[in-house]
Design a protein around this ligand. Structure first.
Ligand SMILES: Cc1cc2nc3c(=O)[nH]c(=O)nc-3n(C[C@H](O)[C@H](O)[C@H](O)COP(=O)(O)OP(=O)(O)OC[C@H]3O[C@@H](n4cnc5c(N)ncnc54)[C@H](O)[C@@H]3O)c2cc1C
Ligand SMILES: NC(=O)c1ccc[n+]([C@@H]2O[C@H](COP(=O)([O-])OP(=O)(O)OC[C@H]3O[C@@H](n4cnc5c(N)ncnc54)[C@H](O)[C@@H]3O)[C@@H](O)[C@H]2O)c1
Length: 457
């Protein structure tokens, strides 16, 4: 028998963004129904950021130990995946069980529904036989799912996605990674550091195509020095799988076939929002889903990955705060993505904020750049082995402030903090130049990059 329940707010998807919105509204006394098809918390804690960064921490420890000879004596390292898999299963994901997160939401006063919601209109959704009608607002927080490119043969093979690499209890002997973006490169490096023979195949002319070309060159060089094989500009044309032999891949521009026991497809993700649902919500078929208040339509909001403004956890939580304010009728700034920070947690880390040089040029700005190599800074030179990196600044020369920056190197994601403030607050370059930079830090390289920027005047 079908039922209809009323609520003030219905949140579809309790991942990073939905859990934050639902929990905060429930705590504020709003009657919230939160609907989740899989695990409350979403991709980040169970199959994304947290377990992958735990794996990276382990891989970085191995790499540091391997850097001991020649610098601090002798060290012998025997990689073992078992403690990594155990930590992910027991500490990070509670064996992929979200009981604590569900309790947190219901203890705050939220009404929890487990199931896949079908959005029927701007104020109603259906889960199984039950309909939920929202009087005050609908929040769509359904995230993204991996895209498998239309490569001949691929869909008939048992390829891996990020979920399989995170859940692996044992490692394959070899791994082919399709896609040299954030997921592909982070996983490729970790697996290789644990002894897996890894090949990365990227269709675009360079890996990390969304970041500065200097970052692509840096990471490509580091990975190859660690023994990985990296092919870029080589679109895969055919994939096949054989129980005994594993995967065979052919790609344009590569003379022979590539073979590996496992194949990870990390070629991007798409919003979990069908064209039909967009239409039902009153959104245009193409273009921006949300305005600067994250509104899709009257009393309908979309947040996090599905909003299409950057697929990062910090974007989902940022959006959540804005929508909570909107629904509670509180004043506050609109969403502003001009200083979007992101960090690819390879070693060296690639941190970036705002526009790359080419994006700034495409935006029609008068662009000036400055760059400093980390090994040429005092701290980089002291650091020695493992010091590869650079700091690159992208300035709007007419306006006199930075519109983007990249900080690649040891702790590159941490150094990014100062640059993110500069881009976010549009700090005049002259103020940045007159700042005192602690000696000898990695972030002091910003001062050197500013000098390079000034010398380009
Ligand atoms: C391997 C990997 C590593 C990552 N590392 C980082 C990182 O280091 N830093 C970072 O900032 N970001 C990282 N990300 C990205 C980050 O995980 C996402 O940006 C974040 O999870 C987005 O949150 P969200 O709430 O928008 O979506 P999600 O976390 O995807 O949550 C959406 C939720 O909605 C549910 N849902 C979908 N449709 C329905 C429906 N119809 N009914 C009910 N429920 C539904 C889903 O089951 C899911 O739980 C990583 C991602 C991956 C895959
Ligand atoms: N550290 C982080 O913050 C982090 C880590 C992992 C993922 N993420 C988020 O998850 C998103 C998805 O990650 P992703 O790595 O899947 O996507 P991505 O967009 O970062 O990279 C996908 C890569 O695959 C390439 N590609 C596309 N089609 C291809 C094909 N047919 N053959 C070979 N290569 C192909 C693209 O050119 C691109 O380089 C990221 O954009 C990011 O927002 C963030």
């Amino acid at each position: 028998m079908s039922t209809t329940e009323q609520a003030e707010v219905v949140v579809v998807g309790l991942g990073v963004g939905g859990e934050a919105v639902g929990g905060a509204l429930a705590k504020a006394g709003v009657d919230v129904v939160g609907i989740e098809a899989e695990l409350v918390g979403g991709e980040c804690p169970y199959w994304g950021c947290i377990p992958s960064k735990m794996m990276i921490r382990a891989g970085n420890l191995l790499a540091e130990a391997r850097r001991v000879p020649g610098t601090a004596g002798e060290a012998s390292v025997t990689p073992d995946w078992a403690p990594v898999a155990r930590r992910i299963r027991e500490e990070a994901t509670a064996d992929w069980d979200d009981a604590i997160a569900v309790d947190r939401f219901t203890a705050a006063g939220g009404r929890f529904v487990r199931g896949r919601a079908e959005i029927l209109g701007p104020d109603r959704v259906r889960v199984g036989e039950s309909e939920y009608v929202a009087s005050r607002g609908l929040v769509v927080a359904t995230g993204t799912e991996p895209v498998a490119p239309p490569i001949d043969g691929l869909s008939e093979t048992p390829f891996w996605t990020n979920r399989d690499v995170i859940r692996a209890e044992t490692l394959p002997e070899s791994l082919l990674v399709l896609g040299g973006g954030a997921i592909g490169l982070e996983i490729a490096q970790i697996y290789a550091r644990f002894g897996v023979r890894v090949t990365v195949v990227e269709a675009a002319p360079r890996i990390l195509p969304m970041e500065e070309p200097e970052a692509s060159e840096l990471i490509g060089g580091v990975l190859e020095a660690e023994g990985l094989t990296v092919h870029a500009g080589t679109p895969v044309t055919h994939v096949s799988y054989d129980d005994g032999r594993g995967f065979t891949v052919t790609a344009d521009g590569l003379p022979g076939e590539l073979h590996a026991e496992k194949l990870l497809v990390a070629t991007g993700r798409r919003p979990r929002l069908t064209p039909g649902t967009r239409a039902v919500l009153g959104a245009a078929p193409d273009g921006d889903l949300v305005d600067d208040r994250l509104r899709v339509a009257e009393r309908v909001w979309a947040i996090g990955d599905v909003a299409g403004k950057g697929a990062f956890t910090h974007v989902a939580t940022y959006h959540a705060e804005i929508v909570v304010r909107e629904i509670l009728g509180q004043a506050g700034p609109a969403a502003d993505h001009h200083a979007l920070p992101r960090v690819t947690f390879t070693d060296p880390e690639v941190g970036a904020v705002g526009l790359t040089e080419s994006a700034a040029r495409e935006a029609g700005l008068t662009v000036a750049t400055g760059i400093q190599q980390v090994p040429s800074t005092t701290r980089g030179w002291i650091h020695g082995t493992g010091n590869e990196g650079f700091i690159k600044l992208v300035a709007d020369a007419d306006a006199g402030y930075l519109v983007g920056a990249t900080s690649a190197g040891p702790h590159g994601g941490e150094v990014l903090g100062a640059l993110a403030v500069a881009v976010h607050a549009r700090v005049p370059i002259s103020r940045l130049e007159s700042m005192i930079y602690a000696y000898p830090t990695f972030h002091r390289g910003i001062q050197d990059a500013l000098r390079d920027l000034r010398s380009a005047d």
